[in-house]
Design a protein. Structure first.
Length: 170
């Protein structure tokens, strides 16, 4: 992974908005930083952007240069925000202006409604998934009962052996 990571660092070397860095979490000097960001295994890759905030997010993708580059192009660097309005499209600027003009309570209500909608959809999907899983289990039990009943009636191993032997004789 190290060569791919170093190569990514070279790509962003001159960038003013993306920093590719290394922290050795095994040294006493860096342990507090690593503990703060909940780095427990090595190597751990963390990224930070407007969505992740100061806490950051652990990168879970593949660890090749191409995968790092694709991810960083899609997720890092300046993105539309109050701090980087120059990175906003016209449409995003309108939305940003709208949200900035709202009260904290209005924004919180929208976020709450969205979270509740996602939570409801997730619960419904999980319930439907459980029904489907129960149906699969029922069908599998029925099939296993048929197989067991037929196996008890016929000695399938002997039947198959005789059948193959007779087929070779024909």
């Amino acid at each position: 992974m190290k060569p791919a990571w170093d190569r990514l660092g070279e790509v962003y070397k001159a960038s003013k908005s993306v920093v590719i860095g290394d922290v050795d979490c095994t040294t006493d000097r860096n342990r507090p930083l690593c503990a703060e960001h909940k780095v427990e295994g090595f190597p751990t890759i963390k990224y930070f952007n407007a969505e992740t905030g100061k806490a950051g997010q652990t990168y879970e993708g593949e660890r090749t240069f191409d995968d790092f580059l694709t991810f960083s192009n899609e997720n890092l660097g300046q993105s539309c925000s109050n701090d980087f309005k120059s990175a906003c499209s016209r449409k995003e600027k309108k939305v940003l202006k709208k949200y900035n003009s709202m009260t904290a309570e209005e924004r919180a209500a929208i976020i709450k409604e969205a979270d509740e909608t996602v939570e409801k959809a997730t619960k419904e999907a999980e319930a439907e998934g459980a029904k489907i899983q129960a149906e699969i289990e029922r069908i599998t039990e029925e099939k296993n009962a048929v197989v067991k009943a037929k196996s008890a009636t016929w000695d399938m191993r002997l039947l198959n052996m005789v059948h193959r032997a007779k087929a070779e004789d024909d």
